[in-house]
Write a protein that binds this ligand. Structure first.
Ligand SMILES: [Cu+2]
Length: 185
């Protein structure tokens, strides 16, 4: 005859296990439920000695081509002409129509998570080609309106905070369960 653990203890063990898993997983991926930019080319804050011909963003989760936006802007927040995003699995790529002049650029993106929630963010890089001639006055009549304000917020947003709050609640719940178990046994 085996002595079966009393039910409250089994429940408490499961709760403790869940807490342990939450503690182990949470710091590594604070927003695991949402899509996150994993890598980019050019890299964030890169200083390039040759203008890039494309921008390639790799995310944590598979992208939906219908909901993938990648916008390149120059230092004056003017939109730089690019091709439409080409999506392959978790990577979205746009080609840059013409060579970029030296200067600062911003890549803004908006994609969706596996749960359908949108995720947006941006990062900057600089083109500093020592062989480049002085930047030509590029202007696209009509097409170059003022850049939209979308994608200027940080990529993370309030989610790390929400994940932290959730973690605290889960841990507190586990502790309460364990206490209750010891109290009633
Ligand atoms: Cu979500």
């Amino acid at each position: 005859m085996s002595t079966r653990p009393r039910r409250p203890h089994a429940a408490a063990r499961i709760a403790a296990l869940l807490v342990a898993v939450a503690v182990l997983v949470a710091p590594a991926s604070p927003a695991a439920a949402h899509n996150t930019l994993r890598a980019s080319e050019p890299a964030a804050a890169a200083r390039l000695t040759a203008p890039p011909t494309r921008i390639s963003l790799t995310f944590l989760q598979k992208l939906d081509p219908a909901f993938t936006t990648i916008v390149l802007s120059d230092a004056e927040q003017r939109k730089v002409p690019t091709g439409a995003p080409v999506v392959a699995d978790a990577t979205g790529t746009v080609t840059i129509d013409r060579p970029l002049a030296n200067g600062a650029y911003t890549v803004a993106y908006r994609v969706v998570s596996a749960d359908g929630h949108p995720v947006q963010g941006s990062y900057a890089f600089t083109v500093d080609d020592p062989t480049a001639s002085p930047a030509p006055a590029v202007s696209t009549p009509g097409a170059a309106g003022p850049a939209t304000s979308s994608g200027r917020s940080a990529g993370a947003g309030p989610w790390p905070l929400a994940a932290g709050v959730l973690l605290v609640i889960v841990v507190a719940g586990g502790v309460v369960l364990l206490r209750r178990c010891r109290g009633t046994a």
